[in-house]
Design a binder for this molecule. Structure first.
Ligand code: TYD
Length: 273
């Protein structure tokens, strides 16, 4: 009998949290049980790139990869949804147009499930090993697409993702901003007509998604750098590497918003030597 009562309470709290209902009511530390004690050991740098489909992320990531390589760095590049075997399976469920009828709630859980796997299997080990990690999309995508785009309550989307990631946050996010009207034009120019379940959504959906991204950028002005994707490829690249170099050399102000590590030291000139 002794001990049953606290266990019952814990179980109820657990179910409550699992359902995403109360995630905002608990202190953040309790939500990151998975990484508890490890956050301060993460010496790596976590960068993400975000934007509407067609904004040119893929091209820019290739250029960024070369930029790092020329300077002797070997960052880990990964992407969402996917980036792990399990995540690639989830990606197929999410993006395949044959799977019509996926409700927004299921969509949000699937993105966060893929993310939980990626964080545990790829991102955290790399950050613990002191590597630079560059991720094509992260939690901001879910807030913009599932929150603003699909209309799920933002605190719910944030809550399930806090659980999925142990509250891991990027140090720097590059947001390639594109007007929704230019999206289709861009996808066609890139020889990639809309093909997956989300890319076939209309301008109204993408207008909300963009608004979500811009709102996030207003709220996190130091972490999220907005770059107009209307510019030439090389102009966008120039801005990206300027922000990345500033951050890595320690000349950029550290995000005031909570970064990926609890009390992380400034990266200083460590990476740029
Ligand atoms: P992908 O083919 O990787 O497109 P892109 O090159 O534009 O990233 O497909 C990812 C799609 O999934 C894209 O339309 C954005 C969407 N998405 C969400 O809706 N929520 C999320 O959390 C993530 C990571 C992606």
């Amino acid at each position: 009998m002794v001990g049953t009562f606290p266990r019952t309470i814990l179980r109820v709290v657990d179910i409550y949290l699992f359902c995403g209902a109360g995630v905002d009511l608990l202190p953040r530390g309790l939500l990151s049980l998975g990484w508890k004690g490890q956050k301060r050991k993460m010496k790596g740098i976590f960068l993400t790139i975000e934007g509407l489909d067609g904004a040119g992320k893929t091209t820019q990531l290739e250029l960024l990869r070369d930029w790092f390589r020329k300077r002797g760095y070997d960052p880990l590049f990964t992407r969402e949804p996917g980036g792990t075997r399990v995540g690639d399976g989830v990606r197929e469920l999410l993006l395949n147009r044959d799977y019509t009828g996926l409700v927004p709630l299921a969509e949000a859980f699937l993105y966060s499930a893929s993310r939980a796997q990626l964080v545990a299997e790829v991102i955290v080990p790399a950050l613990l090993a002191g590597r630079i990690v560059v991720c094509d999309r992260f939690v901001d995508s879910s807030i913009a697409y599932q929150g603003y785009g699909r209309g799920l309550p933002r605190d719910f989307v944030e809550g399930i993702n806090r659980r999925a990631t142990g509250d891991l946050k990027p140090h720097l996010t590059l947001l390639l901003d594109l007007e929704p009207g230019l999206r289709l034009e861009r996808l066609e120019q890139q020889g990639e007509p809309p093909r997956d379940r989300l890319e076939v959504e209309g301008d109204a959906f993408y207008t909300r998604v963009r608004e979500g991204y811009l709102e996030l950028a207003r709220e996190n002005p130091r972490r999220i750098r907005v770059i107009s994707a209307r510019q030439s490829i090389m102009a966008v690249h120039g801005q990206i590497v300027q922000y990345v170099a500033e951050f890595l050399s320690g000349s950029a102000p550290r995000p005031r918003e909570k970064a990926g590590r609890a009390k992380s030291p400034r990266p200083g000139g460590r990476f740029l030597g």
